[in-house]
Ligand binder design. Structure first.
Ligand SMILES: [Zn+2]
Length: 178
């Protein structure tokens, strides 16, 4: 749902693939906690009623349990005179979402990392294959002990074997998206 902050005009657009943007805090955090705190986003876009560029608020809702969710970690900040990057660690924990009254478990299965600045940089790709993390860095392929914590783009895959019961130590409450 997109709401114009000047006139209040609401508009909805539906997407079949789920794309979530997350603010990265300055200190180490868990992915599950950040997805719970996921806030509405502000953007500038044309408003049909105001007939001009307005500030609008976007609220993203997940309305069905898709197989995959793409998560964009907002690591770049732009101020009027410069851009900066936040490399704070985010531990790619499993995420539990409440969708249509059901508790759905998602696991991080691939991570894209970015090294460098907004002007120049290098991408590496990490993927979970049969319980092991593998790093793809140009022609180099290496086995990893664990998933990287400096992910820029994360692919979450639905755990189809998850029954919806709370397991010991899962801690945080599930996220209500609908
Ligand atoms: Zn408007």
């Amino acid at each position: 749902m997109v709401v114009c902050n000047s006139c209040g005009l609401k508009s909805e657009s539906r997407q079949n693939s789920f794309f979530v943007q997350i603010d990265v805090p300055k200190s180490k955090a868990k992915l599950s906690d950040l997805m719970e705190r996921s806030r509405p986003e502000d953007t500038d876009a044309h408003c049909k009623k105001c007939e001009r560029e307005c500030q609008k608020t976007i609220r993203r809702n997940i309305t069905y349990a898709a197989d995959n969710i793409l998560v964009h970690m907002k690591r770049f900040q732009k101020t009027s005179y410069k851009t900066s990057k936040n490399d704070a660690e985010v531990v790619p924990t499993p995420v539990y979402l409440h969708i249509n009254g059901k508790r759905i478990r998602y696991e991080v299965c691939s991570v894209v990392c970015h090294a460098g600045s907004l002007r120049s940089g290098h991408y590496t790709f990490y993927s979970l294959d049969q319980g092991r993390w593998t790093c793809f860095n140009d022609a180099e392929v290496t086995q990893m002990e664990s998933a990287p914590t400096n992910g820029y783009i994360l692919l979450l895959k639905r755990d189809t074997e998850y029954t919806g019961c709370l397991e010991e130590g899962e801690g945080s409450a599930p996220i209500k998206y609908t």
